[in-house]
Design a protein around this ligand. Structure first.
Ligand code: FAD
Length: 524
């Protein structure tokens, strides 16, 4: 290089540098103008990223992401990112990861249907997952190879509608469909089909995940399998799911929907256990509920006459149970439904005259909670101090005596109480979700609605139930778990804990992701 050229080049470098610096400055200042006061908790370097126009810090926006469906937890983020692509999320996480020691926490916000602040991120950045899919029709893609690729932000109701267009349907569901794919896969995703197909996490082939380092990784049972198994049931600790490949089956057209009543807990659970153990395919869906007299009448399933009849039964026994079943069928199998049901019902021990049926379209059945909700007059500001547990079959009778006939008895009405069994062999033990170590275990969902004043006693009732189980040595697991100490988390994950910590070190070493779960408060 000649001396003249070298001097020319040296002269150009400072000019380009100052031009770039002034561009960055003017970008930063215009972003500050738009955003208003920049939160002290966040590094100003964020303002120089090309996602800055998708970030909001104004109090009205952050307030909207400060609570959840539970309604009791409150914690405002410093900012909200409205991503228009997974790359926007990766940019944010990469920046946070590289900003150490002034990095900040990040949480994907699915539909905010957590109960205990699990999707909150005090002083950090919430990622509004919904905006990934806003105005786009390419985030749910059905393949003729019996799977659907769905964005992590997609609601299950939208996945259902899209797959039905192709005559197909996912196999495993949640009761309520206005939950996100990423949100339920971070827990397990359970409903009455899980006894046969396993939870939703057992029905996933592949995931795209943005890790806590900002890397985008595709994973499956064959590729990056540690991340795949870790993320499923992983409570958002290892990465943000931006795509899930979900197994499909041919969609049935209709569902024969049954409710069979019991006055005796052992007959109720005995029949449920029979139904989930049958190799012959009659029921495709099995759930169950406890009803007190005061809780009868909240469902549009029953006619007024039937409601009165059930109320009298509940009044006489103080609390009754019903098995809820669903038989799926289409034109080819319609003629067999009655015959199969008739012979099966003969083997069951429900109270004679207390079997009620309905026949509905498949989509109405799956969307039943939403359709019932429109009949509800519940105000929007009710709180939900819910408790969900998995209880081993061998201790379900002790649970009944201590909880249903003991602790809950004094607090009539008790709201919705779900009770139904799963087969452990339909769960994959390599996944993060924690379940009891028994071949059949029950899910118990205590799902009351509460006023602000009720919260305290319902919350302490939940504590009493958990204390009772500990005292009695019932080896339960919380579902949608809520713990505040790492010792409790360690006990929750049991033998899976060490692997969980290793995965955290590998994929989110600065513990940036989903701090609302309160598992890691510092780097693992
Ligand atoms: P959020 O509450 O927004 O997030 C939950 C957690 O997952 C947070 O830690 C969040 O950071 C993380 N997260 C969210 N999105 C992602 C993502 N894409 N990648 C990684 N992490 C993510 N559950 C069942 O299994 N079966 C049911 O039948 C059922 N019914 C319900 C009915 C109602 C009315 C409600 C309120 C909840 C119900 N749930 C049920 C619980 C539900 O599965 C959880 O609340 C779950 O968190 C899904 O909610 P969400 O999509 O709003 O996620």
């Amino acid at each position: 290089m000649s001396a003249l050229m070298a001097v020319q080049r040296l002269g150009r470098i400072p000019a380009a540098f100052f031009l770039a610096l002034s561009l960055v400055n003017s970008f930063v200042f215009s972003a500050v103008d738009r955003l208003g006061t920049w939160p002290a908790a966040l590094p100003e370097g964020l303002l120089a990223l090309d996602i800055v126009d998708k970030i909001q810090v104004d109090p009205n926006t952050t307030a909207r992401f400060s609570t959840d469906f539970g309604g009791h937890s409150q914690a405002a983020p410093a900012a909200v990112l409205y991503p228009s692509s997974p790359d926007d999320i990766a940019t944010l996480v990469r920046f946070a990861y590289s900003s150490s020691p002034s990095s900040f926490s990040i949480a994907a916000h699915g539909h905010g249907h957590s109960i205990r602040g699990q999707a909150l991120v005090p002083g950090g950045v919430v990622v509004d997952m919904a905006s990934l899919g806003r105005g786009r029709s390419d985030r749910i893609n059905v393949s003729s190879d019996w799977y659907v690729d769905a964005g992590g932000e997609q609601l299950w109701i939208d996945v259902l509608r899209e797959t039905l267009e192709h005559g197909l349907s996912p196999r495993s569901w949640t009761d309520y469909l206005y939950l996100t794919v990423g949100g339920t896969l971070s827990n397990a995703g359970i409903s009455g089909q899980a006894f046969r197909h396993g939870p939703q996490i057992s029905n996933v082939y592949e995931l795209d995940v943005i890790t806590g380092k900002g890397d985008t990784i595709t994973c499956s049972r064959e590729e990056n399998s540690d991340l795949f198994y870790g993320v499923l049931g992983g409570l958002g600790q290892f990465g943000i799911i931006t795509r899930a490949r979900i197994a499909l089956e041919p969609a049935p057209q209709r569902v024969r929907w049954l409710r069979l009543f019991y006055t005796d807990f052992s007959s109720f659970t005995g029949d449920q256990e029979l139904l989930v153990s049958m190799t012959e395919k009659v029921f495709d869906y099995v759930e169950g509920q406890l009803l007190t007299e005061k809780d009868v009448g909240n469902s549009s399933f029953f006619s007024d006459n039937d409601t009165e009849k059930i109320k009298m039964l509940a009044a006489e026994y103080g609390g009754i149970y019903f098995v809820e079943g669903g038989v799926y069928y289409g034109p080819a199998t319609a003629s067999m439904v009655d015959r199969k049901l008739e012979s099966l019902l003969k083997r069951l021990s429900f109270v004679p005259g207390f079997a009620f049926t309905k026949d509905v379209a498949y989509i109405s059945f799956l969307n039943r909670v939403q359709e019932e909700e429109t009949h509800s007059t519940a105000p929007e500001d009710v709180l939900h101090p819910w408790l969900n547990m998995f209880v081993p079959k061998s201790r379900i009778r002790d649970f009944e005596m201590g909880v249903f006939k003991g602790i809950l008895k004094k607090n009539n009405p008790i709201g919705l109480v779900l009770i139904y069994p799963f087969n452990k062999n339909k769960w994959d033990d390599k996944m993060s979700a924690a379940i009891p170590d028994e071949e059949v275990f029950y899910t118990i969902g205590l799902l009351p609605s509460a006023t602000v004043d009720d919260w305290k006693y319902l919350d302490s009732q939940n504590d009493e139930i958990l204390r009772f189980c500990h005292q009695e040595g019932i080896d339960f697991k919380q579902y949608l778990p809520h713990y505040t100490t790492q010792t409790d988390w360690k006990n929750h994950f049991g033998l899976k804990w060490d692997a969980f910590v290793q995965l955290k070190r590998r994929y989110d070493p600065q513990a940036l992701l989903s701090p609302g779960q309160r598992i890691f408060t510092s780097s693992p």
